[in-house]
Ligand binder design. Structure first.
Ligand SMILES: [Zn+2]
Length: 160
């Protein structure tokens, strides 16, 4: 997606290229986060990554026909994906807080959930703080995102 001046867009991934806007260079942490995030989008679909199904199960990502609200129909505290084009997607927001999301941007859709979690995982693996909604130590973010990181452990193990 191309941005214009004064956009909040930091980067994009498409057609085999990652583009980064000036916004991505606001701090060293955001540069690393953006690079990890965009690389992650190469494996955010089930056709690209056999662990996507397990990953999406952590947040309970669930698509309803016509965007039907599952609250009252299916047990759970369902929240609609924030991304407008993903309005048919829902997740279970277990405590109405950031919950196990790496960053609120992960609530946009399952692809951003994966990319934000992947970026947090790689940052933690390198001993860097996670630059999400707040800065978190590698130990703190690894604990908070334990379920997502467990799936990512399997994903990375499968690549070696
Ligand atoms: Zn993204």
């Amino acid at each position: 997606m191309a941005g214009s001046l004064n956009t909040s867009i930091t980067a994009w991934n498409g057609h085999g290229r990652i583009g980064m806007a000036d916004n991505a260079f606001a701090s060293p942490n955001s540069v690393a986060r953006t690079v990890y995030h965009e690389i992650a989008h190469n494996w955010d679909e089930q056709s690209e990554n056999r662990f996507v199904r397990d990953f999406r199960a952590v947040a309970g990502w669930f698509q309803t026909p016509f965007g039907i609200n599952p609250n009252g129909l299916i047990p759970g505290n369902w929240e609609r994906a924030a991304g407008a084009s993903w309005s048919g997607w829902w997740f279970v927001d277990k405590n109405a807080n950031l919950d196990g999301f790496a960053w609120t941007y992960g609530k946009e859709n399952p692809l951003e959930d994966f990319a934000t979690s992947f970026a947090a995982y790689v940052a933690a693996a390198t001993g860097a703080p996670h630059a999400g909604n707040t800065f978190e130590s590698p130990a703190a973010v690894s604990s908070r995102l334990a379920q997502r990181f467990s799936v990512l452990d399997e994903f990375f193990a499968s690549m070696s």
